[in-house]
Design a protein around this ligand. Structure first.
Ligand SMILES: Nc1ncnc2c1ncn2[C@@H]1O[C@H](COP(=O)(O)OP(=O)(O)O)[C@@H](O)[C@H]1O
Ligand SMILES: [Mg+2]
Length: 188
């Protein structure tokens, strides 16, 4: 079976076996490669998710962005419409735990930013092809958001998340680059 559902389950299982030392090692190597990217260096406003293990760690990336004077914006899901909005994050205490142990920005403490203000969007996902097509967590949130997004996109990916193929649907949109611990793949 290679449908999206079974690929999601398979990748989750594989990632759950990743040891803490390797998780930290790979996440650090991916982060270091990201900081070398032109898109990162140029970006003033970075859209990024707050990672939930075993996704590539983004806490260190958010700290680095703050330390280098960048504005960090993180997504808040609107489950009814399956849409995302991005809000500024200046400290981790502005997060609250919502469903499935995900952290989202507190509306009282953060401000929404418009899509056009985001220079670089770091797109989360579970599985990726080398052409940048992704399988997300099943809500299609980023597929919807990307339809009108014109900034740079990239994804941070463990090699264990790279798959050869999956049944693409017309709304599945690729990211421009994939960063793994061992390489940077330009996809489009
Ligand atoms: N641009 C879009 N407009 C409307 N619905 C969309 C769009 N993109 C995705 N969807 C819907 O979201 C659902 C989930 O998409 P899917 O690609 O399976 O999830 P994910 O990208 O999270 O892995 C799809 O069944 C599709 O109907
Ligand atoms: Mg999709």
């Amino acid at each position: 079976m290679n449908d999206k559902h079974s690929i999601r389950e398979q990748i989750k299982k594989t990632l759950s076996r990743l040891s803490k030392p390797l998780y930290e090692d790979y996440s650090y190597k991916i982060a270091c490669r990201l900081y070398e990217e032109h898109a990162w260096k140029q970006a003033d406003v970075i859209g990024i998710t707050v990672s939930k293990c075993p996704e590539v760690d983004t806490y260190q990336i958010i700290r680095k962005a703050w330390e280098t004077g960048k504005t960090v914006v993180v997504p808040k899901c609107k489950p009814k419409e399956k849409r995302l909005s991005f809000r500024t994050l200046t400290e981790f205490s502005q997060l609250e735990s919502v469903y499935f142990g995900l952290y989202e920005p507190l509306v009282e403490l953060t401000t929404e930013v418009r899509q056009e203000q985001i220079d670089l969007l770091i797109v989360p996902g579970l599985a990726y092809t080398r052409k940048g097509y992704r399988i997300g967590f099943g809500g299609g949130y980023y597929d919807r958001y990307l339809t009108s997004f014109s900034g740079e996109t990239l994804s941070l990916v463990f090699n264990e998340q790279i798959i050869s193929d999956f049944p693409l649907e017309e709304y599945d949109l690729p990211v421009s680059k994939i960063i793994t611990p061992t390489e940077v793949l330009k996809t489009i």
